[in-house]
Design a protein around this ligand. Structure first.
Ligand code: FAD
Length: 404
């Protein structure tokens, strides 16, 4: 490593922010600093660094570890309606997590704390699983969990970790191959920062004169799971209130759906491909209605890629007890509708403009300049229509409501 007082591990825009380097460093010489876009990056103190190289050996950007192309691909959903509705797609994560907990294992996933900070935490009971369920569309802070998982695995603890593919790769680099570790990676098109989420929450609280206690991405809208709906649980003058909305009514969500707020490394993601880092990969099965017209993805449907023998074990545990509906498909049938299995999200020029303006403008002005749809009236009209009309329009325009 070079002789500067503070140095980085790899080029700035390559770092995926998994934070495994901070956990693996034996002399704690790696700290994390926010850059001017609001993302956290590792910074090595060269005065205390002992040059052991553990950080570079653990870094998933420097060492990728992929399984073979999945040999078993299926559509699936939890048969219990409660379990299905509790997840962001088919509720598969919840079922698998329950079965691991029932065997005495520990489950790690992303959960908001009381201050709406997203962190990877560990659940050891079914009740404790609840905050882990559902997608939260920002980067989760995984600091500390790699160290704890390594300790648990040494003690023989059965462990399930669910996260983005880069986080799963980082964990595998950290602990090596371990019989008791099961990994679920998500089909992921990228993560914005906690910083931008905090700013959007503050903006929302000011606008609605409320305190946001809970934020749910992809909540129900007009009776069905909706990829662009949110629910904000707020307190207003001491009373609890739910505010429901669609992406264009919350700046962070609008930016996420436009792909203009993701971490730079997400636009060159090395894991946006068919070979995966998890034993199982979970995603949304958009387009299933073309293959199986009786199924509606808006009721919650997961696509499941089973990538390893351990992945088969996890699936068998929930299939054998008849907790899940499954139907097999070929990889090409599934991947056809899911761009993130083919390559990373494309960066748009608006991203640079947004982050340039964030340096100088107030957040109110940022919202007006970047997070208000010029076609807001079209959104209002479209989402105000009965579902069947929207369906016809979508069919006519042949434009599916995925992540756009
Ligand atoms: C940032 C992000 C982007 C995604 N993009 C796509 C996509 O483009 N295409 C697609 O098909 N699917 C995508 N997904 C996956 C999808 O939204 C569902 O999470 C997945 O299908 C699993 O649903 P489920 O009902 O089985 O489980 P759920 O109950 O929804 O469980 C989701 C699991 O993901 C973990 N998790 C949630 N948020 C995060 C986070 N920010 N970082 C790490 N782990 C997290 C939870 O802890 C839980 O373990 C994305 C998910 C995330 C978090």
């Amino acid at each position: 490593m070079a002789n500067n007082p503070n140095i980085s591990i790899l080029p700035h825009n390559d770092c995926c922010g998994c934070r495994a380097c901070g956990d693996v460093c034996p002399v704690s010489c790696i700290s994390f600093n926010k850059d001017n876009e609001g993302f956290l990056y590792p910074c090595v103190n060269n005065d205390t660094c002992i040059h052991c190289g553990k950080c570079t050996k653990t870094c998933p950007e420097l060492k990728q570890d992929f399984n073979n192309v999945p040999d078993n691909v299926m559509a699936a959903f939890a048969l219990s309606n409660t379990a299905r509705q509790a997840g962001s797609s088919g509720g598969l994560f919840g079922l698998i997590a329950e079965s691991v907990i029932n065997k005495g294992g520990k489950v790690w996933g992303a959960a908001f704390d009381d201050n709406l900070q997203l962190r990877h935490i560990c659940a050891t009971t079914i009740v404790g699983l609840e905050p882990l369920l559902r997608s939260k569309y920002l980067q989760s802070d995984t600091s500390g969990c790699f160290k704890q998982i390594a300790k648990d695995l040494k003690n023989g603890t059965l462990t399930l970790f669910c996260g983005t593919p880069c986080q799963c790769n980082a964990l595998r680099n950290y602990v090596g191959e371990n019989r008791n570790l099961y990994l679920i990676d998500l089909i992921c098109h990228g993560v914005p920062s906690q910083d931008l989420f905090d700013k959007s929450i503050a903006w929302f609280e000011k606008k609605n004169k409320c305190k946001v206690n809970r934020f749910i991405f992809r909540s129900k809208y007009k009776g069905a799971l909706h990829p662009q709906a949110f629910t904000c649980q707020c307190s207003v003058n001491g009373k609890q209130k739910n505010v429901n909305g669609l992406h264009y009514q919350f700046p962070f969500y609008f930016g996420f759906q436009k792909y203009i707020t993701l971490r730079p490394s997400c636009y060159t993601c090395k894991w946006a491909r068919s070979e995966r880092s998890g034993d199982i990969t979970l995603g949304d099965f958009w387009g299933i209605d073309k293959l199986e017209p009786s199924l509606d993805p808006k009721q919650g449907l997961s696509e499941v890629l089973v990538n390893t023998q351990k992945g088969h074990e996890l699936m068998r545990d929930i299939i054998d007890v008849e907790k899940v509906w499954t139907k097999e498909f070929t990889f090409n049938q599934v991947a056809g509708e899911n761009g993130c299995l083919h390559g990373p999200t494309k960066m748009k020029p608006e991203r640079a403009e947004l982050f340039r303006d964030l340096q100088t403008m107030s957040f109110d002005d940022i919202v007006k300049a970047h997070f208000v749809s010029k076609r807001q009236w079209i959104f209002d009209l479209y989402y105000g229509m009965p579902g069947f009309l929207r369906k016809i329009i979508r069919k006519v325009m042949d434009k599916r409501m995925k992540y756009e």
